[in-house]
Design a protein around this ligand. Sequence first.
Ligand SMILES: Nc1ncnc2c1ncn2[C@@H]1O[C@H](COP(=O)(O)OP(=O)(O)OP(=O)(O)O)[C@@H](O)[C@H]1O
Ligand SMILES: [Mg+2]
Length: 284
Amino acid sequence: MISIRNLDFIYQKSKKHAIRNISFDIEKGEIFGFLGPSGAGKTTTQRLIIGLIRGYQGDIMISGKERRQWKKDFFENIGVAFDFPNLYLKLTAKENLELIGSYYKNEKTDIDKLLDEVGLLKDKNVKIEDYSKGMKMRLNFVRSIMHNPDILFFDEPTSGLDPVNAKIIKDKIVKLKEQNKTVFLTTHNMTVAEQLCDRVAFINEGEISAIDTPKNLMIENGRAFIDMTYLVDGIMQNAVFPLSGIESNEKFYDIMKKHQIMTMHTQEATLEDVFIKYTGRNLI
Ligand SMILES: Nc1ncnc2c1ncn2[C@@H]1O[C@H](COP(=O)(O)OP(=O)(O)OP(=O)(O)O)[C@@H](O)[C@H]1O
Ligand SMILES: [Mg+2]
């Protein structure tokens, strides 16, 4: 669906080399996540694909056609929800959707139904200037899907949402996948990435350092341990063993046989561990 080859981009004004020769593919019906620290180049990549910034090197193929060849009809086929909701503050939610919907030729989804799905139906006649941040985020989300596009771009779709509203948005994203839509999202939230993404790419300083399923990345890079406490002559002792090769770890079996085990936990690798490994930074 989306095929990026040797994409390279420098912001002309600041001469910032934001994207450095990256290549990746996103399949139809896939939820693909871009993960990386602040300033890594996630939004820049999305903006390049969408066409909000130009002047790149390399190829951005979308549905078999280079981005430079796409005309206005491109926007019928994509939906975009970025982290700064761009809505008309003086209009109500319903008026916003009616107006923005009129820009598109595609058949639009019923506005009340959309608002209901994200818990905004009762506030449909409230002006956006009186909306909370989370309400704007949810409205911005439905705004991006109302014209039924095939490819969706979400930049931090759950940032600033409480857990209930974040779940509403995550469920909507899963539904989009079930409808065979292609979703390209960025997030700092490793739980969101793990829950939603079929594959993720780690990007750091404009370069991609790994692409795979969250599960594979965790298996390959994570450190899974068994952490146990046991009693030796009435004194509590602690030992940690790597899970790999545990079946033949004599020290581990020795403790198991000779001492009373008090606690035993496995520590799974997390996507956060993988994030730190590939970006060298802790999440903020
Ligand atoms: N309009 C701009 N002009 C000049 N430089 C920019 C511009 N936008 C972004 N940059 C720079 O390009 C780099 C990548 O920024 P980008 O916004 O793509 O990062 P990001 O991964 O989306 O970060 P965040 O997680 O904070 O959203 C950063 O060094 C940033 O300072
Ligand atoms: Mg960004």
